[in-house]
Write a protein that binds this ligand. Structure first.
Ligand code: FAD
Length: 308
C-alpha cells in the first residue's frame, strides 16, 4: 500500500514542482543524487571511479515537450564530451530514459526518442564509451525494446534493461542473451498490475534467479543490478557455474545504497558499477527510492520536520 502510494505520488506534477523547488529536502536527496549539475556529478565520479565503474544518469523523465527532449539529448552529448576530456570514458558510461527523450510525446514519440537516442549513441561512440537504456513502466516495454534493437544495428554495445517482476521477462532474457548483448537485470521499480507482473517478493526473487540463469548461460554480458545479498550470492554461484571470469559480468548498484557492499565487492575483485544520477529533476527518481525501503521514508520525514 505504502509503496503503491509513493509510486503514485512520484507521478504527481504538483508535488514534483513543490519538492524540486524546496531547498529543505536537499540534504536527504543528496544521499541518492550526486548534485544538480554536470561538474558536481563528474567530481563524484572522479571520487568513485578509482575502484568502480560508473553509469551516469541525467535525471528527467516523462517529457511532454519536444524541445525539452532535444535539450536533454544535447545535454547528454555535452556530458559525454566532458567525460572524454577528463579521461573517464574507459570507466564511465551513461544511462538514458527514453521518456526523457520524447517517447511519451503524442505524435511520433517513438521516432523522436529513437532519433535523440541515436545522437547520444554517436556521441558515446566518439567518446569511446557505451549507453544503457533504462526501463520504465510496462506500457513502454515493447517500444523501449524495439528502440534498443534499432539502436543496436549501428551501436551493438547499447545496453538493455529487463525487470524480473514482469511475467514476460524470462522470454525477453532468452531473446536478449545472444553474443555481445549487454543486459542489466533489475527487480523493477514501478507499481505494476498482477496481470503483467509478479506481486510478491518471493515470486519476484524466483523470477530474478530464473532470468539470471538464462543470462549467465547465454553469450551476452549480464549486468546484475541488485542490492539483495541473497541474489548477489546466487549471481556469484551462477557465474562460477557458467565459467564466467571477472570481466564477463558485472554487479550494479545505486549511488547511496549499500555503499560498503559496493566497496567490499570491488575490493574482492568483482566488477562493480555504480549508477550515479544527477540533475534538477530528481523528484520521481527519489520517490522510487523511498518506495523501495520504508526506512528511507522515516529518515526523509524526520529530516523534513527537523528543518521546518
Ligand atoms: C544499477 C541499477 C539500475 C536500475 N535501473 C532500473 C531501471 O532501469 N528500471 C527499473 O524499473 N528499475 C531499475 N532499478 C531499480 C530496481 O528495479 C529496484 O527497484 C531496486 O534496485 C531495489 O531492488 P533490489 O534488487 O535492490 O532488492 P530489494 O529487495 O528491494 O532490496 C534489497 C536490500 O537492498 C537495500 N536497498 C534496496 N533499495 C534501497 C533503497 N532505495 N534505499 C536503501 N536501501 C535499499 C536494502 O538493504 C534492501 O533490504 C535499478 C537498480 C539498480 C541497482
Amino acid at each position: 500500500m505504502l509503496r503503491a502510494g509513493l509510486i503514485a505520488a512520484s507521478r504527481s506534477r504538483v508535488l514534483r514542482g513543490v519538492a524540486e523547488r524546496s531547498s529543505l529536502v536537499r540534504p536527504v536527496v543528496d544521499r541518492f543524487v550526486a548534485g544538480v549539475d554536470a561538474p558536481t556529478a563528474v567530481a563524484t565520479v572522479h571520487r568513485i571511479a578509482g575502484g568502480r565503474l560508473v553509469t551516469l544518469d541525467l535525471l528527467g523523465e516523462d517529457t511532454r515537450d519536444r524541445q525539452q527532449a532535444e535539450r536533454t539529448a544535447q545535454a547528454y552529448q555535452q556530458l559525454l564530451a566532458r567525460l572524454a576530456d577528463e579521461g573517464l570514458t574507459d570507466r564511465v558510461e551513461v544511462s538514458v530514459k527514453l521518456s526523457a527523450l520524447g517517447q511519451a510525446l503524442p505524435r511520433d514519440g517513438d521516432k523522436i526518442a529513437l532519433d535523440n537516442a541515436r545522437g547520444i549513441c554517436s556521441a558515446a561512440a566518439a567518446a569511446g564509451t557505451t549507453v544503457t537504456v533504462d526501463m520504465e513502466d510496462h506500457t513502454t516495454t515493447d517500444s523501449t525494446l524495439q528502440i534498443v534493437r534499432d539502436l543496436r544495428v549501428d551501436f551493438p554495445w547499447v545496453g538493455a534493461v529487463l525487470q524480473a517482476y514482469l511475467r514476460r521477462t524470462e522470454a525477453d532474457c532468452a531473446e536478449l542473451s545472444g553474443p555481445g548483448s549487454r543486459v542489466r537485470l533489475c527487480k523493477g521499480a514501478y507499481d505494476e498490475p498482477a496481470s503483467v507482473a509478479y506481486r510478491t517478493r518471493r515470486e519476484v526473487d524466483a523470477s530474478y534467479v530464473r532470468c539470471l540463469r538464462t543470462l549467465m548461460n547465454g553469450a551476452g554480458y549480464p549486468m546484475v543490478a541488485t542490492h539483495d545479498p541473497r541474489l548477489i550470492t546466487i549471481a556469484e554461484h551462477l557465474a562460477r557455474q557458467s565459467g564466467r571470469g571477472r570481466g564477463e559480468f558485472e554487479f550494479q548498484m545505486l549511488f547511496g545504497v549499500r555503499e560498503q557492499e559496493q566497496q567490499r565487492l570491488a575490493r574482492a575483485g568483482r566488477q562493480v558499477r555504480s549508477y550515479v544520477p544527477f540533475g534538477r529533476e530528481w523528484y520521481p527518481y527519489f520517490m522510487r527510492r523511498l518506495a523501495e525501503r520504508p526506512a528511507n521514508l522515516a529518515f526523509f520525514l524526520r529530516s523534513f520536520v527537523s528543518t521546518t
